[in-house]
Design a protein around this ligand. Sequence first.
Ligand code: UDP
Length: 381
Amino acid sequence: MEHYDYLIVGAGLSGMVTAEQLSLKGRSCLIIDQRSHLGGNCFDKPDKNGVMYHVYGPHYFRTSVPRVREYLSRFTEWRAASYRIKVNSQGRLWSFPINLESYEEWLGKPATEEDFKSYLAGLPKLSSINNSRDVIVNAVGEEFFNLFYKGYTRKQWGRAAETLDASVTKRIPIRTCRDDRYFSDDFQALPKFGYTHMFYRIWEAIKRQCPASHMQLDTSLKDIRKSKQIAYDHLLYSGPLDEYFDSRLGELPYRSLRFSLECIGPDKLNNPDHPGFAQPALQVNYAGDEAFTRSVEVKHITGQITPYTNQVWEFPQEYEKGKNEPYYPVPYDEAQALAQKYLAMAKAEPNTTFLGRMALYRYINMDQVVNEALQVSETLK
Ligand code: UDP
């Protein structure tokens, strides 16, 4: 029987950061992941032509938390990134997130920031903001909501914006100036050699700091429990919240995606507007009734010099346990209410800590995940 101080379920950001912090305290960890790689959904790798891509959709690292940046800088150098995207709606491309340029495109003529502000000031205001549609309609009016948010949100979540929490569309800035960056955080950069490389560096640190720690891929919590070969004092769980409890109060909804990788050779990359690239921006969102929501070409931000490129197309779908992966909790009232019940059970679970987007059922970003893992690690013995 092998014994570890901690069993860590999930080799994504939550699990790896916590294991690293615990290894500094001399605590041994067995890190398991049911997939055959570390890095969780941050995992990236080269395609058949050697062009990097984000296997589980785009991961645009940004943070305004100095501690998170300093922490990850122990394991990676950075490459500054401008995350710029376009929206394809009504048969053309638009500047997005909504900014002065989007307003000019909509007007069909040049405008000033004052023009845009006075347009917005003239819009009717809602008396209360109750959902993710209200947030946008109240800020920029129904026309912009219909142009950019209505169709995309329905596809992405399989439900109308009216039924989703306000926080969903609040994630994206709305600006009256020409700043068209997708995020406003102080620090916006990618790990210079990719996320997977950064995760290997974290793993090297764990092994150096506590050689008794191990990682076992292609292994689930059920496998460990069944084998009866592994003993541990504490469990850190970053998988889906309800599945830990065999969904005994009912299944929590998650949203899944299908990713379609398209590898593209130099013969197809001669568009004079963006030579060497397949699309005009890092990410193009599709707000219409296409089955996909976005195409991502990370070569725009990795800076890789290659005559090839790739695009990853995202097709939203329902999560079906065992068939696909859960990527998002679905923020609406009934789901949140059920999640609260599971979270209360999680809190009462002895010697067990729940951490990360799936286990806390919260739509949080990478830097928040790292920050919470650092905070929780301080409390672990
Ligand atoms: N959204 C939208 N149109 C867009 C981009 C985003 O309607 O072109 C809405 C949609 O509901 C989406 C949410 O805003 O789920 C948050 O977008 P974000 O890009 O942050 O989503 P993520 O990258 O986390 O999937």
